[in-house]
Design a protein around this ligand. Structure first.
Ligand SMILES: [Zn+2]
Length: 193
């Protein structure tokens, strides 16, 4: 397994996997897409559209080599997130998640985001080190997740996406400036045929 930074794994991929990663990333909404700034709505009906969306998000997360994905990142304003912190770990899907407890202890760790140029932007983000989240599973069962470390961080990163919040909002002004400069479309150099 490669190094994990927030939402992104950095590792050497073979050509086919890299091609699949790029194809998946092309389906993930990229900053400054306005949908990334909108608050997602509570899910009222747990119908098959929810399980279908969870399946699609899981596939995109895995192919994009991310550790988490929130529905607004695929253009759907519903409060649904998925994550998988390690290759062998089970995929967790949470519908209408809400934080019921979080630690006073916080730490700052570098994070990336699939909607911020994947690996090209990594900024330090301070968050509580552990938390408890209550949610509903895609099958309609109540779920309580108590998490710490990477899992707690990924959940909070995805929860932010449900509220239109990005890592550049949670980092320092200098880091934000550098990140935004990196995300700005680069001029194309060379002859203009
Ligand atoms: Zn993200």
């Amino acid at each position: 397994m490669g190094e994990v930074e927030g939402q992104v794994r950095s590792e050497q991929l073979d050509a086919e996997r890299e091609a699949r990663r790029r194809a998946a990333l092309a389906q993930v909404r990229q900053y400054p897409d306005p949908v990334l700034r909108m608050r997602a709505n509570e899910v009222e009906d747990l119908d098959e559209s929810v399980s279908g969306l969870v399946e699609r998000m899981t596939r995109l997360m895995q192919e994009a080599r991310g550790v988490g994905l929130a529905a607004p990142q695929v253009g759907v304003l519903r409060r649904i997130l998925v994550y998988q912190t390690e290759d062998e770990a089970p995929v967790v899907a949470l519908v209408n998640p809400r934080v019921t407890e979080s630690s006073d202890e916080r730490e700052s760790v570098d994070e990336g985001c699939l909607s911020l140029g994947a690996a090209s932007v990594v900024v330090p983000v301070e968050r509580p080190v552990s938390l408890t989240v209550e949610a509903t599973s895609p099958d309609g069962e109540p779920v309580t997740v108590t998490a710490e470390g990477l899992e707690a961080r990924v959940i909070q990163h995805e929860l932010d996406h449900l509220d239109g919040v990005l890592i550049i909002d949670r980092t320092g002004p200098e880091e934000r400036r550098e990140a935004l400069a990196r995300l700005r479309p680069q001029p194309i150099l060379g002859p203009l045929a």
